[in-house]
Design a protein around this ligand. Sequence first.
Ligand SMILES: Nc1ncnc2c1ncn2[C@@H]1O[C@H](COP(=O)(O)OP(=O)(O)OP(=O)(O)O)[C@@H](O)[C@H]1O
Length: 360
Amino acid sequence: MTQLDIVDVGHTYTHGVDEERWALKPLELTFEAGKTYALVGPSGCGKTTLLNILSGLVRPSQGQVLFDGADVTALPTRARNIAQVFQFPVIYQSMTVYENLAFPLQCRRWDKARIDAKVHQVAEALDLDDRLRQPARRLTADDKQLISLGRGLVRDDVAAVLMDEPLTVIDPQLKHSLRRKIREITEQFRPTVIYVTHDQYEAMSVAQEVLVMKDGRAMQQGTPEQLFEAPSSTYVGYFVGSPAMNFLTVDREARGTVTLGGRPLAVAWDIPENVGEAQVGIRPEYVEIVTEPGPNTFPATLRGVRDHGPQRVLEIEVAGQLIRAKVPREDGVPASEEFLVQLPRAKTLPYADGRLILQS
Ligand SMILES: Nc1ncnc2c1ncn2[C@@H]1O[C@H](COP(=O)(O)OP(=O)(O)OP(=O)(O)O)[C@@H](O)[C@H]1O
């Protein structure tokens, strides 16, 4: 496993356009050895461009790519010792599962006994050990994707495993178990993994660190918990979490205090006076339905109810603005359309001009 560094790397597919229009604006990133990272963002945000720069398929317009400190920017893909898992499983159809897993090791001239031990170790982790003698073409798409991943894992010296939307062709009911399996085996084998997806739920469930991208820029990198608890921008707050984070426009009063619909609102930390348009963000999971008035309680009106798996999402109007509360389904629906909500102070974060105000 290898650390990958992106040093001032930027890319444009069209020469001569100004940097604002580059597919990837110059950025610095470190992918630590042995960790799984997800690159997530909407279509066209630059995820594949970044992945292709790491694999060597695209030579960046500027900057350097370092593998354990060595400059690989000019090296082609085959010289980078990476494993790739694509949207569609790429396996040797005419070979058995065993032969597919053994092939990269035969190319490296490992001896038979060592190959055999390694193939069995990886096949067991992938739950494919009972199908080693089967032709690989007979396997289902999710098992074929596991073989693609396994072919990277058998190589102890692989620098990184790059995965590009690997669940695209997987049946929805199998996606959940394949996500879990990928997480388990990357934790066991600890390769450096860069996993591209446009699905924030997939990113949060597979990766230890998630990089949220927008318009060729890295918006925030952090653990799933950091992105959930403290999105650095309203964009990340909307993009990560389901339903999205609530953002409410508030009024600033003297000495950094704020009001919502004319009532005082205590926020996690103070808002300096010199910031732009102020909002507060609160996750639907933290909005509470209460019966007694108290700190940070506001009159609310129920506007809609949606079921969300074992949870229920209440659409609520507070101070003329629509927010969502996510509550356990067994809690039922408030008896009256008019009730009180509480926005717990510690979970109510201040934003100005779309950016989280940093705690001073
Ligand atoms: N070969 C290319 N030639 C010209 N422009 C390209 C090329 N590949 C990508 N782009 C452009 O670069 C930008 C980033 O594209 P990229 O494919 O990296 O985004 P993405 O986040 O991976 O999107 P998707 O999820 O749709 O694949 C987009 O505006 C896209 O149109």
